[in-house]
Design a protein around this ligand. Structure first.
Ligand code: ATP
Length: 456
């Protein structure tokens, strides 16, 4: 390949081929919001299915839930989001662009501790002001730093408009799991250690959404919260980490050299350990796709305190009572979607010298598994046979019928969306020594083989 792939290439393919569109595009677009198009939603659903299979269906010790997005307002007080879910923000006085002070400081090697007060952060920012340029206009003229809460407020059930009881959209998907810990214990045969999994939407008033699906204001998270006996965290934590890595490599087929572990330097006060899985994104470099956190009894203790409902667990064998510790895995679907597309994106030069763009997705993740073409559009006998095969395969697989343009162009279209197999119905399918066979073309090798229709 002649040049390095950029994030721009990925964004452009996603738009051009109906994977991802800018949110509210016809109104000029809304920052940090994206819509998944016809191929995007198929790929997204396949990633979710793969995650659910590994984390729920293949696990006797994990069950899934789907909790309501709106929750009692106190949930977000208990979780610490009302008081502490904020990003430190400064505004450029010249062009009014906003920066995340912790990220900008991090970029010049200065660590802003999550526990720092606004005063301490301002002091640190002041000491480094001369090194931080506005990413938009390049000037160095910023306001002071202010903590900006990321929770998105709504008015569910508030008919006065006075917001006396503000409700919030979820800042993270995992809270619904803690709220249902007791329900699951009381209504299923789950016993500690066990986990609860959920895929759910989250909303964050991100100051500067950017880098395509990497930092958005509406996102979807896939979480497992694994409940263990106090102090029995270490071994499970290692097992969970190993299993998460396998999902990326084995199930998603991501190139292992593009993944790495990163341990957190600054742990929140209740945490025992925290690691991120990072992916090496084109143009961006390595950045977080998933966090795996050893969180002690913080979550269930907080909800016990704020709700007044005792979430103490009684061991059915020993009668021992304790608040379980939580091992959390939390990943953003958008970032995983982006990693999968980036990893599969390939530009190749073919034998005839032309180049082709191919998404080398694992077949089970591909938005379309089989494309069926009649060789010629204007030969009804070919079209009828091709439609017949398309309809039969559609009972089991996601298929596409295409009779538009020459075969080469049709192959190129399917390569770009990652379709593993293209089936062509030609005159040999209908009569002669190869009657009853079609050609099947492999996306990655471009090799074509004649296969009997009933063996497809
Ligand atoms: P960051 O430091 O990048 O803001 P975070 O550490 O706050 O992320 P978590 O709260 O641990 O992230 O969320 C778990 C996962 O959710 C992340 O690993 C990421 O994949 C995803 N995620 C978080 N914020 C966003 C966002 N604004 N846009 C897209 N994905 C996100």
């Amino acid at each position: 390949m002649s040049r390095e792939v950029t994030l721009e290439d990925i964004v452009s393919l996603c738009k051009r081929r109906g994977f991802v569109y800018q949110g509210s595009e016809i109104y000029g677009g809304e920052a940090g919001l994206y819509d998944f198009g016809p191929y995007g939603v198929e790929l997204l659903n396949n990633i979710k299915k793969s995650w659910w299979r590994r984390n729920v269906h293949l696990r006797e010790d994990i069950v899934g839930i789907d909790s309501a997005m709106f929750k009692h307002p106190k949930v977000w007080e208990a979780s610490g989001h009302v008081g502490g879910f904020s990003d430190p923000l400064a505004e450029c006085k010249e062009c009014h662009a906003r920066i995340r002070v912790d990220k900008e400081l991090g970029a010049i090697g200065v660590i802003a501790d999550e526990k720092m007060s606004e005063i301490e952060l301002n002091k640190l920012f002041d000491e480094n002001r001369d090194k931080i340029k506005c990413p938009t206009c390049g000037k160095k003229n910023f306001t002071e730093v202010k903590a900006f809460n990321l929770l998105v407020r709504s008015n569910l059930g508030d008919f006065t408009g006075k917001e006396e009881r503000p409700v919030y959209l979820p800042g993270e998907a995992c809270q619904g799991i803690y709220l249902n810990f007791k329900n699951v214990v009381d209504t299923t045969r789950m016993k500690v250690p066990f986990g609860i999994a959920q895929i759910g939407k989250a909303f964050r008033n991100e100051i500067s959404p950017r880098n395509f699906l990497f930092r958005t204001r509406e996102l979807e998270q896939a979480d497992t919260q694994y409940f263990v006996k106090p102090h029995e965290n270490k071994e499970q934590y290692e097992k969970i980490k190993a299993d998460r890595w396998q999902w990326y490599v084995k199930d998603l087929g991501i190139d292992e050299t593009k993944l790495r572990w990163k341990q957190h330097d600054n742990l929140v006060f209740y945490a025992k350990d925290a690691w991120d899985i990072e992916y090496n994104f084109p143009s961006l470099g390595f950045d977080e796709v998933e966090g795996i956190h050893d969180r002690t009894d913080y979550d269930l203790s907080q909800h016990t305190k704020f709700s007044g409902t005792d979430l103490t667990h009684t061991d059915p064998h020993t009668n021992e009572k304790y608040i379980p510790w939580v091992l959390e895995t939390s990943m953003g679907m958008g970032r995983i979607f982006m990693s999968v597309v980036c990893d599969a994106y390939t530009v190749e030069t073919m034998e005839n010298g032309e180049s082709r763009t191919v998404l080398k997705l694992k077949p089970e993740l591909a938005p379309v598994q089989y494309a069926v073409f009649p060789l010629l559009k204007n030969k009804p006998e070919l079209v009828v046979k091709a439609r017949e095969i398309y309809q039969e395969l559609s009972k089991k697989y996601v298929c596409e019928f295409d009779d538009n343009g020459n075969i080469g162009k049709r192959y190129r279209r399917q390569d770009e969306i990652g379709t593993p197999y293209c089936i062509v119905v030609d005159f040999d399918t209908l009569e002669g020594e190869h009657a009853g066979t079609v050609t099947v073309r492999d996306r990655d090798t471009t090799e074509q083989k004649r296969v009997k229709i009933e063996e497809l």
